[in-house]
Design a protein around this ligand. Structure first.
Ligand SMILES: [Zn+2]
Length: 79
């Protein structure tokens, strides 16, 4: 299973518009980050649950993909 929590995406500071990398785990847990541009404290809040919903959808798709690879695959070998 792929660890989605380690995936990074850019978080744009509302104060200085600097792109700060944040992991899904940091955003999911509401971590407070220090902006690399203006040093302001940025707290990730997934108020609408969009991040949680996207994470669930991706995990479901990965589970479906993994299930496909558990089925036997018939290959023809050519010499
Ligand atoms: Zn900033």
């Amino acid at each position: 299973m792929i660890d989605l929590d380690a995936v990074e995406f850019p978080l744009i500071c509302p104060n200085c518009e600097f792109y700060n990398p944040v992991t899904i785990k940091q955003a999911r847990l509401g971590d407070v980050l220090i902006c690399r541009g203006c040093k302001a404290n940025l707290q990730c809040v997934d108020a609408l649950g969009q991040l949680a919903n996207a994470r669930s959808a991706i995990q479901k798709r990965f589970a479906e993909l993994a299930e496909l690879f558990h089925k036997p695959i018939r290959l023809t070998l050519k010499l």
